[in-house]
Design a protein around this ligand. Sequence first.
Ligand SMILES: C[S@@+](CC[C@H](N)C(=O)[O-])C[C@H]1O[C@@H](n2cnc3c(N)ncnc32)[C@H](O)[C@@H]1O
Length: 283
Amino acid sequence: MGIEPTLSAWEAEVLPLNYTRNRLKYSLRQMDKPTVADAHLRKVRSYVHRPGRATSGQRRALTDLWPRFGVDEKVGPIDLPALFGREAPRVLDIGFGDGEALVTTAINYPAIDYLGVEVHEPGVGHLLLLLERSGATNVRVIRRDAAEVLPQLLPNASFAAVNLFFPDPWPKSRHHKRRLVQPPFIAEVARVLADDGLLHIATDWADYARHTLEVLASAAEFAPIDSSADALAFRPPTKFERRGRRLGHEVVDLFYRRGSGSPVRMSHQNNAMPGSATNVVNT
Ligand SMILES: C[S@@+](CC[C@H](N)C(=O)[O-])C[C@H]1O[C@@H](n2cnc3c(N)ncnc32)[C@H](O)[C@@H]1O
């Protein structure tokens, strides 16, 4: 019983651990083919609801800290200066996971405001605890599907940068449609980015990097840049990056400026990270 060795490490991480290989295949097929009854409500999602409940501390944070950092608006566009209480450059972090990299970045750059979007409840709870512990005031969080948040809530040209760090790779061909990087989603990213805004995508999956290059090559709004040394491109190591490196994966960071051109690829050299950065993970 349990996960067979042929199961990819990513699947083993995100899918319930008590599935056999066959039940897992069945489960994924079910997710791709909704029943007639719920077909009108369901769509292709870029995530699965991962196993693992929020801890009691995370549950407390989701209740007590949410009013301070959480965004409840169901219709937009959100008034972002009002949300952060000031006018400052803003970064959108899509799928921040446990939030450690996001909070680390936010405490290193207090003059920048960060909006995190994540569907995984324990991850959101963990982020809230880190915000409380670190005293960071420049982060707000939306617990909802980014594929809905961008078109429904976020105003035009409202972010200086959009980060997509280690998106779920969906390695099998039949699941590629579940990848977040798709032309309609990238068009939404272009819409919310200001002129000259930065799109920063990191992945440890070679095929996802190839896929991203292809999708962005067709996105007329974006021009590739080799890297960016400014604060907006800062990226501390993330949890999923560390896991990818343990598995021997090469990590690739792709940078695009809102403009036009064709993409280039670069290996991550940590060149966007100031050496003096504070890391919230160990604080
Ligand atoms: C592989 S994890 C990477 C997490 C984090 N960026 C890191 O590097 O450690 C991908 C994350 O994206 C989130 N995610 C996937 N699709 C999403 C969506 N449509 N909206 C919001 N979050 C999403 C998942 O819940 C998951 O936490």
